[in-house]
Design a protein around this ligand. Structure first.
Ligand code: BV8
Ligand code: ZN
Length: 243
């Protein structure tokens, strides 16, 4: 089976769900979490993306987010992001589910990305809960404070390890993969749960599953089709001119 089969499934599907991870933004220059470039100073994401790490050293965690915000602010969506916008236009029932917090799907024009892990451009106050978009690069001073109280600290409005995913978004994502005839899994190492569990849910509900990844992952042996390579090249290639 090959990309011809994937094009056919895409052409025939009335309901498509796409699950993206950091790999779809790699071509834009956004560092991935695992594999080369995934380390910041000497820390792995798991050591910084947690309430415990933030409680222990909010300034260090914010320095990591400032580093990422600065990189992301200088990036553009790539052909992979844009191809998903194109596919969204041609499929009756299309859902884009992303683990990414970089906002590149929004910038590319995706109508309603389901952000399972939040948004790096949004802050939330640890005291009053106020959420706001803040695109200052870099954010300073660190840690940023809310206007509600001189000691109220702002955190990134993202989902850290050990934290629950946003319930409404999760429900919408789970419903999408349950009704999908085709699930595309793009640029994720498929090791973070419950996000990666959506792939199995799609499979169990009869969807064709296609993985697009530069390397093999723990789901490569279970999906119907693996398209190995760069998402920024493969996704545009999926769009069948004759659709
Ligand atoms: C929860 C924060 C419970 C935002 C992130 C043991 C077993 C199973 C699960 C667990 C376990 N122990 C703990 C858990 C749960 C834990 C978890 O899954 N841990 C893992 C590491 C084992 N999960 C949680 O804690 C979740 N919460 O379970 O809560 C709960 C329930 C109710 C009430 C209270 C609590 C929360 C998970 C969210 C964590 N937050 N980030 C941020 O700062 O970004 S996770 C982090 O990893 C990012 O969000 C990222 O999105 C996510 C997944 O990474 P990927 O996107 O896949 O990126 P990665 O670098 O790994 O891979 C890139 C891929 O792209 C690679 O495959 C590469 O080959 C490919 N690629 C590269 N270039 C290209 C490419 N592909 C194509 N083209 C290219 N050009
Ligand atoms: Zn506040």
């Amino acid at each position: 089976m090959s990309i011809v089969q994937a094009r056919r499934w895409l052409r025939e599907a009335e309901s498509v769900a796409v699950i993206t991870g950091a790999g779809i933004s790699a071509e834009s220059g956004v560092p991935v979490f695992r594999g080369p470039g995934g380390i910041w100073r000497k820390y792995r994401a798991e050591e910084l993306a947690s309430p415990q790490a933030f409680a222990q050293d909010p300034k260090l965690v914010w320095e990591w987010y400032n580093w990422r915000r600065e990189i992301i602010a200088a990036t553009e969506p790539n052909a992979g992001h844009r191809a998903l916008v194109e596919i969204e236009r041609t499929v009756d029932d299309f859902s884009l589910i992303t683990q990414n917090v970089d906002g590149l799907h929004d910038l590319a024009g995706s109508r309603h990305p389901l952000k399972l892990h939040g948004d790096i451009w949004e802050t939330v106050c640890m005291l009053c809960g106020e959420r706001r978009i803040n695109r200052d690069v870099p954010l300073t001073p660190l840690p940023p404070h809310c206007t509600c109280h001189p000691k109220a600290v702002l955190r990134p409005a993202v989902v850290w390890f050990g934290e629950a995913l946003p319930f409404v978004i999760w429900e919408e994502a789970e419903a999408a993969v349950k009704r999908a005839e085709l699930v595309l899994v793009v640029g994720t190492s498929a090791v973070v749960y419950p996000a990666s569990g959506l792939i199995t849910i799609g499979m169990r509900n009869g969807a064709h599953t296609v993985e697009i990844n530069a390397h093999r992952t723990p789901i490569s042996d279970t999906v119907d089709l693996c398209l190995s390579g760069n998402a920024a090249e493969i996704l545009p290639d999926l769009i069948d001119a004759g659709r």
